[in-house]
Design a protein around this ligand. Structure first.
Ligand code: PLP
Length: 235
């Protein structure tokens, strides 16, 4: 395995064979972290789905992760998602975790299995024009930061009604992104808020936890962790 892979515009160009040992090693560390977080909170490993966030990664990296048994992948840009969904194995479950622009909403709904980032009724009006059914989560702004996407908790109930009305969405749960801080322990209250809101409205998928904060998220009830950097390296 070359120490310094060729690079295109800052992107590592590795073959599938070169990716496999790297991802294998990273995956072992992630699995240990997930297991430890489950153990520390009395949860079972099967309750947590690992989504490999493959945005910006080339097909070779995804194929290597697939060869190692991963089947859930997360993407955040429509064009990239479209190409990957067509080119990569059909047993992959595709999760859309980026901003859903209204003018792309129909296409995204027709292509992916789960959309984590429903946040307004314009998107839903577009989604209602197509006929494919998918699993949907509402992105909740749990960090209180204006620049973050997602709906503020105070506006959640109205959007929930719209999502339930939208017949092509199986409404499953909530997704959130915590503040980026050095000590993820500081974000425990944000993850807890997401769990409490989900319990209140009666949904049970909690998409929360990323490379640096998955432990706290799992302890607070995460069912879907979204892991990019810890699996594929920095983007
Ligand atoms: C990029 C991204 C991730 C993965 O982040 P890492 O820190 O690389 O694990 C998770 N969730 C969303 C919404 C993202 O955009």
């Amino acid at each position: 395995m070359p120490r310094n892979p060729r690079r295109i515009k800052g992107m590592s160009v590795r073959t599938v064979e070169e990716w496999v040992p790297l991802i294998h090693e990273n995956l072992a560390v992630i699995e240990e972290r997930i297991q430890a977080a489950c153990d520390s909170s009395g949860r079972k490993r099967e309750e947590v789905t690992l989504i490999a966030v493959s945005k910006t990664q080339l097909h070779e990296a995804i194929l290597a992760a697939h060869a190692l048994g991963l089947r859930h992948f997360g993407e955040s840009r429509w064009q990239e998602t479209e190409t990957k969904v067509h080119a990569l194995p059909s047993d992959i479950t595709w999760h859309f975790i980026g901003k859903v622009q209204s003018n792309k909403a129909q296409k995204i709904a027709q292509s992916v299995d789960v959309i984590h980032t429903l946040e307004n009724s314009r998107q839903l009006a577009e989604i209602a024009k197509q006929t494919r059914t998918f699993d949907g989560l509402i992105q909740l702004n749990i960090s209180g930061e204006e620049q973050k996407l997602g709906i503020f908790p105070g506006n959640l109930d109205r959007l929930v009604e719209d999502v339930i009305q939208c017949k092509h969405v199986r409404f499953r749960g909530l997704m959130g992104i915590a503040r980026m801080v050095e000590d993820p322990e500081e974000c425990r209250a944000e993850f807890r808020l997401l769990r409490q809101e989900a319990e209140r409205i009666g949904v049970n998928w909690l998409s929360m936890g990323m490379s640096h904060d998955l432990e706290v998220a799992i302890q607070e009830g995460s069912t879907h962790v979204r892991i990019g950097t810890a699996l594929f390296g920095s983007r």
